[in-house]
Design a protein around this ligand. Structure first.
Ligand SMILES: C[S@@+](CC[C@H](N)C(=O)[O-])C[C@H]1O[C@@H](n2cnc3c(N)ncnc32)[C@H](O)[C@@H]1O
Length: 227
């Protein structure tokens, strides 16, 4: 079966892991997530789901602080990496699982869902709407989601998704590595806010943040399920 463009990260992770033994995105978690969980009163019993967790730097950090978190990604390589890290840290590796959020559904609903740098990978409108619909359908009533995407709120562009698996040179530490190009769509605030509104996700706050690990500038939306 043909692979979808948004599966290209699998190839990037495999290449980087095999060639360097290091994580593509590094090990540094983004502090903003714990701040947001605290802001909205999360406690250790609150159920939390991360979608598109990649190599797990954020999920592992929150799990090690005893947050009740599950984390998923479409990439088998990423989840294998997360499970190995979890074992080394004496955390529950079963909390990590492979899932395509554009195709799969869970039976459970969550108090909190967050996603770091995933929505901007989704280039097609239909895929972006499915991503937001997944969040809507998996939040409890009044549940909150934190969505961060690459972008400055002004610039808009999208890459050609048919080229997502093509190899390109990318900086990695002090060197250059040839990895799958993947995909990217930047949107401005008007577009992002209208996508959230159409998905019945009520915006509680939105702003530019420069502390999300691995990204110079990110757009952050804190949203609530509008029942
Ligand atoms: C730019 S990476 C960000 C990873 C991680 N959140 C981080 O901050 O390092 C985007 C991630 O989204 C995942 N992804 C893309 N499409 C997905 C889908 N349909 N379902 C689940 N995960 C997906 C990719 O495999 C990749 O790990």
């Amino acid at each position: 079966m043909d692979k979808k463009y948004y599966e290209a990260y699998e190839e990037r992770y495999k290449k980087v892991h095999q060639e360097t033994g290091l994580a593509w995105a590094g090990e540094k978690p983004s502090q903003i997530l714990e701040k947001l969980l605290k802001k909205y009163g999360a406690n250790k019993n609150s159920s939390i789901l991360e979608i598109g967790c990649g190599e797990g730097q954020n999920a592992l950090n929150l799990m090690s602080k005893n947050y009740n978190l599950e984390a998923s990604d479409i990439s088998e390589e990423a989840i294998k990496w997360c499970k190995e890290k979890a074992k080394k840290l004496n955390l529950d590796e079963r909390k990590f699982f492979v899932m395509d959020i554009l195709k799969n559904k869970l039976t459970k609903k969550y108090d909190f869902i967050f996603s770091v740098a995933v929505l901007h990978m989704l280039v097609e409108d239909e895929d972006r709407n499915k991503f937001l619909s997944f969040i809507y359908h998996h939040l409890k009533n009044g549940g909150k989601a934190f969505i961060t995407i690459m972008g400055d709120g002004v610039e808009q562009y999208k890459t050609d998704s048919s080229k997502a698996f093509e190899l390109a040179d990318r900086p990695f530490g002090d060197s250059i590595i040839k990895v799958a190009t993947t995909s990217c769509r930047k949107v401005n605030w008007e577009t992002f806010l209208s996508e959230l509104k159409n998905a019945n996700l009520r915006v509680l706050d939105h702003y530019i943040d420069r502390t999300v690990s691995g990204f110079d500038v990110s757009m952050v939306a804190e949203v609530e399920k509008d029942s």
